[in-house]
Design a protein around this ligand. Structure first.
Ligand code: HEM
Length: 342
């Protein structure tokens, strides 16, 4: 029954060119599986989490120490959110490097919004434990946003009584468990529906090894379970951190934002106004399909059509990864460059 459901969701036309899922790396499928697991673990956490400033930390502490499997569910939820960010980014890059973003303009734009929502979802989740790590990561992230033209407005909207305030935690909680997941779920459904409406994926140039729809469905299920297994394994190896309770009077030095925002923090450390340039690049990426008028209806890895676009995206990716590594490992007290900091 499950395989029939999948077959209905991801139809492929039956000819040798269009049986092409393998060449996509199943990245969209992996994102779907991780999103589902994220939702399940999130609901389980809700049985114990208390979104009150006075009790949020102790409710997580209780979950970690007194609930059977509590620490594991928390780690798994966190690991899924990290993996979803990484795999959604890889999926996005796959569509650029094979050139299909231009032929599937609507799905590119929808996917891009979904990506923004996933990042926002991860950011709002950071505050939930109300420990030193989450408090200062959220505060630093908000200070970054403050440098944007509409930053102060957004900050007042999201944080009426500042990080650590009762209303702020409540707003982050409402966004994190209702508004953002519901919106993301709706957009992912539309995204998948578009794949179906477009008659499947853009065909690859080379023949694909997947031979039939049944095989495709089987592969998709295997990949989904493999993604879940890897998430479970990683969450057993890397436990979720829980530092001391948030203390607004004791900032760590350096105070670092969430890992996926660290590259922006690095750029802002050079010059605050550079964040505006980052924002402009990100807005322009939404219109990426318009920069490639010469697209073909074939997916080709690093093809000639749209070369400037994929070269730009490749450089941007390398840039972001390098800055993230610098910010994570080589920025010490007062944001000084140090040989190795962890
Ligand atoms: C949780 C987030 C996402 C989920 C669950 C998801 C899911 C999927 C799935 C299952 C497919 C079909 C199979 C495949 O390509 O693997 C697909 C196709 C596609 N996705 Fe996503 N996606 C997500 C995010 C994104 C993002 C961030 C972008 C880009 C900005 C994007 C752009 C596209 C495009 C353009 C296609 C069509 C590819 C083609 O026709 O070859 N998606 N997505």
């Amino acid at each position: 029954m499950i395989s029939r459901f999948f077959a209905h969701l991801f139809p492929v036309t039956f000819n040798k060119d269009t049986l092409l899922f393998r060449k996509t790396g199943y990245l969209g499928i992996i994102c779907t599986a991780l999103f589902v697991l994220l939702g399940i673990t999130g609901v389980l956490l809700l049985f114990y989490y208390s979104p009150e400033t006075a009790t949020a930390y102790s409710s997580i502490m209780f979950l970690e120490e007194h609930v059977v499997g509590g620490a594991f569910i928390r780690s798994l939820h966190r690991m899924c959110s990290h993996m979803l960010l990484v795999f959604a980014a890889l999926h996005l890059l796959r569509t650029v490097f094979t050139g299909v973003y231009a032929a599937r303009k609507k799905n590119w734009q929808l996917g891009y919004i979904i990506f923004g929502l996933i990042v926002f979802e991860a950011y709002t989740g950071y505050l939930m434990p109300m420990d030193q790590l989450s408090f200062w990561a959220t505060k630093t992230g908000m200070e970054l946003m403050n440098t944007l033209p509409a930053g102060v407005f957004l900050k007042n909207l999201l944080m009426p009584d500042d990080v650590g305030g009762r209303l702020t935690l409540l707003r982050f909680f409402a966004l994190h468990i209702v508004f953002l997941p519901t919106l993301t779920l709706m957009l992912i459904s539309a995204h998948l529906y578009n794949v179906r409406r477009d008659g499947g994926l853009v065909p690859m140039l080379e023949p694909e090894k997947v031979k039939s729809r049944e095989q495709l469905v089987r592969f998709s299920l295997i990949i989904s379970f493999a993604a879940v297994a890897v998430a479970i394994l990683l969450s057993v190896i890397f436990k979720s951190p829980l530092e001391l309770p948030a203390d607004p009077a004791s900032p760590p030095n350096p105070a670092k934002s969430a890992w996926f925002l660290l590259w922006i923090q690095e750029i802002v450390s050079w010059r605050a106004s550079l964040f505006n340039a980052v924002a402009v690049v990100f807005i322009l990426c939404y219109f990426l399909p318009s920069f490639n008028k010469m697209h073909t209806d074939r997916a080709v890895w690093f093809g000639r059509s749209g070369r400037p676009v994929w070269v730009f995206m490749l450089l941007l990716t390398v840039f972001i990864v390098v800055l993230t590594i610098i910010a994570v490992y080589f920025r010490g007290a007062n944001w000084e460059l140090v040989p190795f900091y962890y």
